[in-house]
Design a protein around this ligand. Structure first.
Ligand code: FE2
Length: 430
């Protein structure tokens, strides 16, 4: 075992683009070479990839690590709605302690690493004047830095303008080292206040040279159009490629004619879009009888227009969602179904939405499997991205900068059927 060395060679893997029989050599934490039958430096630890799929690690473009693993505290969301979840989080906030926040964040970080999830953008609520969660997640970020990239978004959960102290708290949080400017325009008191919050928050980001990621139009109201303002402000302030609209669920319910103008504007402004399939399918459409809307944003249409679209997990065991385990393949699986993205190219696009597209949202340096990239990768018990999504494939090896962080056994079952004593693992031959 050489799991602590920053160098290794994985032999005989298939890459997400379909290249088979590839070796990947990581030297001093960076990928040195990729190709068939590589000659590597003597003494480099070698691992048999078994012909399985090697991917860059999973990346979660949208999460709430301050709320995760708090399910049932102080009670469970009875209606299952976004608004009861926000109210429930408000009940929990005064009860939070820094120790408990850090402990839950670290526990979730362990879950993430076990799933090959090595980078997470988490929103952190700044509407508690103590900024307890900010302090806790900054500490969690510091402790997890050797094995997980945590990017923090200053998130005014109770409204940037609606909450009396959100403006000063947001500046304080950014001063403390929070990375990204957040927002929640659809939760402000009026449409006009929502648009004003978008304008002010984008100006904060431009002034500080930071990225923006707003919860934007997380509603079934087709007239919630803050994404339009977000894209226009991005252009006005020259923030192209540095701004993300998260959720964008109102777009599901918008008029097609309006969307035919909106999507080109999003593409022109190079605003990233993040859908959160598990949460959107759970929270949206709650005011409908039947037919009941799915509520997720228009993923294939955005992708077809050239918009970078990622999928986020958003919630795991918190006031909004009582399921999940940090498995981005589960997220991709739900996204594929909700968006009906079943063609071969679309299935691959769903895999990209939890890997390289999400890395682009975070602006991760050195992400990928090309020479020179960071030696971060996950070996999956599947032979293609589609099979990985179908099986939520076991993470056979999780590697960070050339070091093995986690190993899992392949999922299988030993059958004792009459005349058929076989072992099944649900993969298909390559
Ligand atoms: Fe969120």
């Amino acid at each position: 075992m050489h799991d602590d060395a920053p160098s290794l060679c994985l032999r005989n893997v298939v890459l997400p683009d379909g290249r088979t029989g590839q070796d990947v050599w990581v030297d001093e934490g960076r990928i040195r070479a990729v190709g068939p039958a590589l000659t590597v430096a003597p003494g480099t630890p070698e691992h048999d990839g078994g012909g399985w799929l090697l991917s860059p690690p999973f990346v979660d473009a949208h999460f709430h690590m301050d709320a995760t693993l708090s399910h049932g505290l102080p009670r469970v969301n009875a209606s299952g709605t976004l608004l009861e979840g926000i109210a429930l989080w408000g009940e929990l906030k005064p009860l939070l302690t820094q120790e408990a926040l850090i402990e839950r964040a670290l526990r979730y970080g362990d879950w993430a690493v076990g799933r090959g999830l090595l980078a997470v953008r988490t929103h952190v609520d700044i509407c508690d004047d103590r900024l307890l969660a900010v302090e806790a997640l900054l500490e969690a970020r510091r402790r997890m830095a050797p094995y997980l990239d945590l990017q923090l978004v200053a998130f005014p959960q109770d409204g940037y303008l609606r909450s009396a102290t959100a403006r000063s708290n947001l500046e304080r949080a950014l001063d403390m080292g929070v990375d990204v400017v957040g927002g929640i325009p659809h939760f402000e008191r009026t449409q006009a206040a929502g648009a004003e919050s978008v304008r002010l928050l984008c100006e904060v980001a431009a002034r500080r040279g930071l990225r923006v990621d707003m919860h934007c139009d997380e509603t079934d109201d087709p007239l919630s159009r803050h994404i339009e303002t977000l894209a226009a402000e991005t252009l006005r302030l020259g923030l192209q490629g540095r701004v993300t609209g998260s959720h964008l669920t109102s777009m599901h319910s918008m008029d097609n004619y309006y969307v035919s103008k909106l999507i080109p504007l999003i593409a022109e402004s190079r605003v990233h879009a993040v859908a959160n399939p598990l949460i959107n399918i759970t929270l949206q459409g709650r005011h409908d009888t039947y037919p009941r809307r799915r509520g997720m944003t228009r993923v294939p249409e955005l992708m077809a227009a050239g918009v970078n679209v990622a999928f986020g997990h958003d919630c795991v065991m918190d006031p909004w969602y009582g399921f999940g385990s940090g498995d981005m393949l589960e997220v991709a699986h739900m996204g594929l179904h909700v968006a009906q993205m079943t063609s071969e190219a679309q299935v691959r696009a769903c895999f990209d939405a939890v890997t390289r597209n999400a890395a682009a949202v975070l602006g991760l340096e050195g992400y990928g499997l090309e020479p020179g990239c960071r030696g971060d990768m996950v070996l999956l018990h599947a032979r293609s991205p589609g099979e990985a999504i179908r099986l939520r494939a076991a993470r056979l090896l999780v590697v960070r900068a050339g070091r093995v962080l986690a190993r899992s056994a392949p999922a299988s079952a030993r059958l004792s059927l009459p005349g058929r004593p076989v072992e099944v693992d649900w993969t298909l031959p390559g």
